[in-house]
Design a protein around this ligand. Structure first.
Ligand code: PEP
Ligand code: MG
Length: 884
């Protein structure tokens, strides 16, 4: 069967290529893109001769076509029918045949793994007759009824949109009535009663019934799985991970095998290595007498995989061998799902597993050491973004902790926050600036939004592979799951934990590394990089062409940046140095001073402080470049608010006191106020109009460099002028500065952060030793979008509604801002061959943007210290991808 990957199917009658059987040869097609992770994994396993139940895949392109036209492409169901017939032939079962019914699972699976974000319907093909047939055929009435009630529940929820909790509550109510703890203790009669109850719920809520005709069921289920690509949680997940909206999901339709056929049957999930730590050896969980969603939904707490050896030894051994083989075949850690039906193993999924940053590093390093992959491949295996999670704080080992309870250490890192019990509440409070912890009985995909907002997650149920654990690890968020001591009463807004009651808003800490739940706020320490981290990053450093510097304004930040591998400072913003207590007062004094004498006096006080600042930073960055940017913000930012001043004046005068000095201050403050301060008297403009501050800074930089050199060190300071639009501005400013340097040879360069500067970059380059792109301002100016409030005012809406697929203040806008960068690079280099080029806007730490800066031929990126390792890795990825 052939599948078109070039064009979209138009639904023309007779068009083929919507469906691939698991054993079909996909030819030259990109199987992963077309059949998704699940589909392509099943096809590959089948090709390896592994036990995979028969089935077929509906392509991602078909989904895209359905989403565009809102109709099933013509001919799709014919192809589905044809493939069903092949499954029937291979199995000897009949779809809808009560004598030997074929049941299928209908599952989603995109090319990029989105665990649990889309929908699945199991046991499809059941109706009153086939359910009876299944009971007779298997000789197990209870099992057949269990499948039937599960099918009504899943179809009701996924296809007919009946709220899932209604079914769960019905199960809980029945367990309560019967006085049993587990679903498996319900009798055949109970399950039949449940199924009838479920059908009533469906009629009441959806105003319709679950169709009896299996083909009708299948068509509706396929449509529902397609629709789940557009579901809220899938969209939220794609936003979070920058996954494009136009990929679509594939749908796999596969013969059901049953893990719920009694105690010789089971279902489980497993990783070939530990996804949290990367440790070698199979890691997973299973449940006897259960179906797949029972494990991942965290409804029953599953058992660790090694225990399977005792209860199902043959299948366990076979699974071990299969897992090892799959890891070798893929050359990567695998995330597998399996079912054992009456002692027979079936593989239902294999794909490269999601992992924490720590695990990614360990697995990459171990696999390279074992010769399974190359060093370059090892570097590519670690996502740049995943290092953030590693650099998250952990609990101070010296701290006194009041551990209230323990659960499973599901996702590492520690987080403190106020308790919230719903995803909505998490979002609301986090948006208001509060650090929150999301506490749930178990999470399901509807909680993803809340998990994104929360600092950490704590659940009462669920194992290491539960939804909460998998999603939190993917997000790099601390999570503790399966904390049995936690009892949540959402309606009263309270939780019981270790014999105590807490309310929404009370503060707890979770330690995702140990599983501890701790009272209150706890001191945290910055993590130390591991040996795996050092090794893989060393390999990355050997590969990359881009330099990575840090944005750091204090000696302490500079030291941390250096520890994290920064090759210098790309941006030392000097403004914060003027904002602190005593200095702010002096700065104010200076700005408000109207005579030269007062001004000189204020500068004399500030200069030694600046010298000390620069000395500290130059010492910390001994031997490495340090770009110091002269003062950038508008002057009025240093002044008291004019409304506050007006109030003081009114107060003084009301009391008959003299307010002359305050009136004078108000006059100066008002004279400095601007309608558009971002476009006003800041950067080099201020430097030219009131040169005293810049010249004082230049002197302080030169003095600091001299002192540090005299100490026997190697200071490599550079002076950077902000907000240059005209070459003449830089020429004039540079001349004035150089006159202050007292013979110190210090390179002088400029920020490139205005569109005009890009357009005349050749002229500016003639005056500059280096350019550093200020992509924060450049994005603001090129897009005409305020960097201060656009994100909360309308960009969020743009992102939610899909008008934009990325936030241009986070990821460089290649088409717009990127073109300005490229123009300035070309013009700048042409005019000045020795020109050094860097970027110091926020984009310097964003992996996708780093790839762009590599392609644009910059010399270095500069970002906040904690983003340095990720940028080093992203720079190596860019170099490796370009060379392949
Ligand atoms: C920039 O504009 O990108 C930049 C680095 O400067 P700042 O953010 O300080 O304006
Ligand atoms: Mg700027």
């Amino acid at each position: 069967m052939t599948g078109s990957i070039d064009g979209m199917h138009t639904g023309t009658p007779g068009a083929r290529g919507f469906v691939y059987g698991f054993s079909d040869d996909p030819g030259a097609a990109d199987v992963l893109a077309l059949c998704g992770g699940k589909g392509s994994g099943l096809m590959r396993m089948r090709g390896l001769g592994l036990p995979v139940p028969e089935g077929f895949v509906i392509t991602t392109e078909t989904c895209v076509s359905y989403i565009q036209t809102r109709e099933m492409p013509e001919g799709l169901m014919d192809e589905v029918g044809e493939n069903l017939r092949r499954v029937e032939e291979a199995t000897g079962c009949g779809f809808g045949d009560p004598g030997n019914p074929l049941l299928v699972s209908v599952r989603s699976g995109a090319a990029v793994s989105m665990p649990g974000m889309m929908d699945t319907v199991l046991n499809l093909g059941l109706n009153s007759e086939t359910a009876r047939g299944l009971a007779e055929r298997t000789g197990d009435e209870r099992f057949a009824r269990d499948c039937h009630r599960r099918f009504i529940q899943a179809f009701g929820e996924i296809v007919l949109k009946v709220p899932g909790h209604l079914f769960e509550e019905a199960i809980e109510a029945m367990k309560g009535e019967r006085g049993v703890e587990a679903d498996t203790e319900l009798t055949s009669g109970d399950l039949e009663e449940l199924r009838v109850g479920f059908e009533e719920i469906v009629v009441r809520e959806a105003g319709t019934v679950v169709p009896e005709d299996p083909r009708g069921q299948l068509e509706l289920a396929i449509g529902a799985v397609f629709d789940s690509w557009l579901g809220e949680r899938a969209v939220a997940y794609r936003r979070e991970y920058g996954i494009p909206d136009d990929l679509g999901t594939a749908v796999t339709v596969q013969r059901m095998v049953f893990g719920n056929m009694g105690d010789t049957s089971a279902t489980g999930v497993a990783f070939t290595r530990n996804p949290a730590t990367g440790e070698q050896g199979l890691f997973g969980e299973f449940l006897l007498n259960a179906q797949g969603e029972d494990v991942v939904a965290g409804i029953r707490t599953p058992r660790p995989l090694p225990e399977m050896e005792e209860v199902l030894p043959g299948a366990y051994r076979q699974f071990l061998e299969t897992a090892e083989r799959l890891e070798r075949e893929y050359g990567d850690m695998q995330d597998m799902e399996f079912t054992i039906e009456r002692d027979r193993l079936y593989m239902l999924q294999t794909r490269s597993g999601k992992r924490t940053g720590a695990a990614a590093l360990k697995i990459a390093r171990d696999m390279a050491a074992d010769g399974l992959i190359s060093q370059a491949e090892a570097v590519l295996r670690v996502e740049a973004g995943s290092l953030d999670g590693l650099l998250h704080p952990r609990i101070d080992p010296e701290a006194h902790l009041e551990v209230l309870a323990r659960g499973l250490p599901a996702s590492p890192g520690a987080a403190t926050g106020s308790i919230v019990l719903t995803a909505g509440e998490a979002k609301e409070r986090a948006e208001a600036g509060e650090a929150v912890l999301l506490l749930r009985r178990e999470t399901n995909p509807d909680d993803v939004d809340g998990m994104i907002s929360a600092r950490g997650v704590l659940t009462a149920l669920g194992g290491m592979t539960s939804h909460a654990a998998v999603v939190a690890r993917g997000m790099g968020k601390p999570a503790v799951t399966g904390c049995n001591a936690l009892k949540i009463d959402t309606s009263r807004g309270v939780v019981h934990l270790g014999g105590e009651t807490f309310e929404v808003g009370d503060v707890l800490t979770v330690d995702g590394a140990s599983g501890a739940v701790i009272r209150g706020d706890v001191p945290l320490v910055a993590p130390e990089p591991s040996e795996d981290f050092e090794t893989v990053l060393r390999w990355a450093d050997e590969t990359r062409a881009l330099g990575v510097r840090a944005n750091a304004d204090t000696p302490e930040d500079a030291r941390r940046a250096r520890e994290l591998g920064a090759g210098g400072i790309g941006l030392c913003r000097t403004e914060h140095m003027f904002m602190e207590g005593e200095r702010l007062r002096i700065m104010r004094e200076m700005i408000l001073s109207e005579g030269d004498e007062a001004l000189a006096e204020a500068l004399t006080k500030l200069e030694p402080m600046q010298v000390e600042d620069f000395e500290g930073i130059l010492r910390a960055m001994d031997g490495l470049p340090v770009t110091v940017r002269l003062l950038d913000p508008p002057l009025h930012e240093f002044l008291p608010d004019s409304k506050d001043l007006a109030k003081v004046i009114a107060g003084r005068e009301g009391r008959g006191e003299d307010a002359g000095e305050q009136r004078r201050q108000l006059r100066v403050a008002e004279s400095l106020e601007e309608r558009n301060p971002m476009l006003g008297l800041r950067g080099v403009r201020l430097g030219l109009l009131r040169p005293e501050v810049y010249l004082m800074q230049a002197r302080a930089i030169a003095r600091a460099a001299r002192t540090v050199r005299e100490e026997g060190r190697d200071p490599r300071v550079e002076i950077m002028i902000p907000l240059v639009a005209f070459a003449s501005e830089l020429r004039k400013m540079r001349t004035m500065i150089e006159a202050e340097l007292a013979g110190e040879e210090i390179p002088v360069g400029t920020m490139i952060e205005l569109p005009r500067a890009c357009a005349v970059a050749d002229k500016i380059a003639a005056e500059a030793d280096f350019f550093s792109f200020g992509t924060n301002d450049l994005t603001q100016m090129v897009c005409g979008v305020s960097r201060d409030d656009a994100e909360e005012k309308f960009l969020a809406g743009y992102l939610n509604e899909g008008t934009l697929s990325f936030n241009p203040f986070q990821t460089i806008d290649r088409d717009g801002v990127g073109e300005f960068v490229k123009m300035a690079v070309d013009k700048g280099r042409e005019a000045n061959r020795g020109l050094k080029l860097g970027v110091c806007g926020e984009h310097g730490g964003d992996p996708k943007s780093v790839a762009f800066f590599h392609e644009a031929g910059l010399d270095y990126v500069s970002c906040s210290p904690f983003r340095v390792p990720g940028a080093r890795l992203a720079a190596a990825h860019a170099a490796l991808r370009q060379s392949t």
